[in-house]
Design a protein around this ligand. Structure first.
Ligand code: HEC
Length: 476
């Protein structure tokens, strides 16, 4: 029977579980089924938008349709093949033991019974008049069985992994983790019942408990079963992790090695973890870890920042206060200096200086004509007579009534005058006032001020006497 005949026959005998099927019918139909399932997988991978070689779902829509349409003819041909070697069709059920699958393959390649058996006539007799036994070569038989064993082994391992009994070769996300694995981790106190696993990877060979590492909401856990069957668990809270170092980049055959370095609060200096590089699982695991470490370290940082801000505000306020204080102090100092300067300008040991006029004193007095201002006849003047005029005899009143007996402009009447009487003790003002100038103003007065002319009451000689008295007694 060729490929087309076999396929046709199997579909014609769609749900026919009676009679016999030759090896060619069985194997050509198996080949047809293989090609069909590959096609359906391609279609499904296109539908899912995943490259075909990465697509591993056997339950896509196309696969499902193909399975539904071919399950009966496939079962039928398998049963008929069993009949062909004189076995009951019920033997097909041993496929459920998986190991039994190897036996079924062995039977599937066994040559047909020659001639009729209890299930029907020899399917090959009708084609070949001369029916001769055609046993398959021992080598091919052996190879097929060998492949069947390997295939069965991988199917069993695959089922074990899916169930979580055998550790997966790659990093798994929490939602892909088998409930069995999770239960094992909980029962071995590796995680708490309430813990949510984000990523998990075990390098264990037969059991996930041997060795592994995982991420929960708040920490990384690494565990290992030691030689004396003791389970050692190490864990580090994300907030206690300082850095993550890549020690060795893994590849398809070896795991990536990372060092998780703890900060001063961590119980360990560092944790070494291994991660499979399959499907970039190591990168995903570490990225997740890094982002969680960041989130957990940002929270206290934010707190620090707020504290600093608060502190900063207080410091700024204090600085402002200090600044204000300093300014005040400066102002005080300046005032003191000003006062000292003022006091220095005042004649020492002269208490009435305070009650006297300002110094320097504003002065708008008319200047004496050149000739007179340069005159000075005080040399021959009578000081005692000058004193008498100043303190007593001057008319209309004594000079001291306005200029004060200390010559500082602090006389009884002087205080009410504007401008104030001349302060003879003020060096700054008096250095501009010559003897001749004084003579001129005493004689003629200062128009518009309290300083009246004395030319009618005092002789020139008497004026020079009083100028001498003022200049020797007050003007320094
Ligand atoms: C009623 C008050 C009064 C009496 C009294 C008085 N003076 Fe005066 N004297 C003044 C005033 C006011 C000034 C300031 C005039 C001015 O700023 O131009 C002045 C200015 C002067 C000056 C300064 C002139 C200058 O160029 O700065 C002299 C010197 C002077 N008087 C001497 C005398 C003598 C000497 C007597 C007494 C004989 C006397 N005064 C009596 C009020 C008086």
């Amino acid at each position: 029977m060729n490929f087309v005949e076999a396929t046709k026959t199997c579909f014609i005998k769609y749900a026919d579980f009676s009679g016999r099927a030759s090896r060619s019918e069985y194997w050509y139909f198996s080949l047809f089924m293989l090609l069909l399932s590959i096609c359906s997988m391609i279609i499904d991978s296109i539908i899912a938008g995943v490259p075909f070689w990465e697509y591993d779902d056997w339950t896509g829509p196309a696969s499902l349709i193909v399975t539904i349409l071919t399950i009966l003819p496939a079962l039928g041909v398998s049963v008929r093949r069993l009949h062909d070697i004189d076995k009951s069709g019920w033997w097909i059920l041993i496929a459920f033991t998986f190991i039994g699958f190897i036996l079924l393959i062995h039977w599937a390649i066994k040559e047909s019974n020659i001639g009729d058996n209890q299930f029907g006539s020899d399917p090959l007799e009708k084609i070949n008049e001369e029916r001769i036994a055609k046993p398959i070569s021992k080598l091919v038989h052996f190879l097929v069985i060998f492949l069947a064993i390997i295939f069965t082994f991988f199917v069993l391992v695959g089922i074990g992994i899916k169930m979580g009994v055998i550790p997966d070769t790659m990093v798994l996300s929490g939602k892909d983790l088998a409930p069995y694995t999770r239960a094992k981790l909980v029962s071995n106190d590796i995680i708490l019942e309430s813990d949510n696993i984000i990523y998990f990877y075990s390098e264990g060979f037969l059991s996930v408990i041997e060795v592994g590492q995982l991420l929960t909401e708040d920490r990384i856990v690494s565990y290992e079963t030691t030689e004396n069957n003791q389970l050692e668990k190490y864990q580090m809270l994300y907030k206690n992790i300082k850095t993550i170092e890549l020690v060795e980049q893994g590849n398809f055959s070896s795991d990536s090695v990372y060092n998780i370095i703890g900060n001063e609060n961590a119980s360990y200096e560092s944790l070494t973890i291994l991660l499979s590089a399959e499907s970039d699982g190591d990168t995903k695991f570490i990225k997740e870890l890094e982002s969680r470490v960041l989130v957990h370290s940002v929270a206290p940082l934010e707190q620090d920042r707020l504290n600093l801000e608060e502190k900063g505000k207080r410091v700024a306020a204090l600085q402002l206060l200090n600044e204000e204080k300093r300014k005040l102090e400066e102002e005080k100092q300046r005032l003191k200096e000003e006062q000292e300067k003022f006091a220095r300008l005042m004649p020492r040991g002269n208490p009435s200086a305070k009650s006297g006029g300002k110094c320097p004193q504003p002065r708008k007095t008319k200047s004496a004509p050149g000739g007179i201002s340069k005159k000075d006849k005080t040399g021959k003047a009578n000081l005692a007579n000058g004193k008498k005029i100043y303190l007593k005899t001057a008319k209309p009143m004594a000079c001291k009534m306005c200029h004060g007996d200390k010559g500082d402009g602090g006389g009884k009447l002087g205080k009410a005058l504007k401008p104030r009487p001349r302060n003879f003790t003020c060096v700054a003002t008096m250095k501009k006032v010559s003897a001749g100038q004084m003579f001129y103003i005493i004689k003629n007065g200062s128009k518009g001020t309290g300083m009246v002319p004395h030319k009618k009451t005092l002789k020139d000689k008497e004026i020079w006497d009083v100028v001498k008295y003022i200049r020797t007694t007050f003007v320094k």
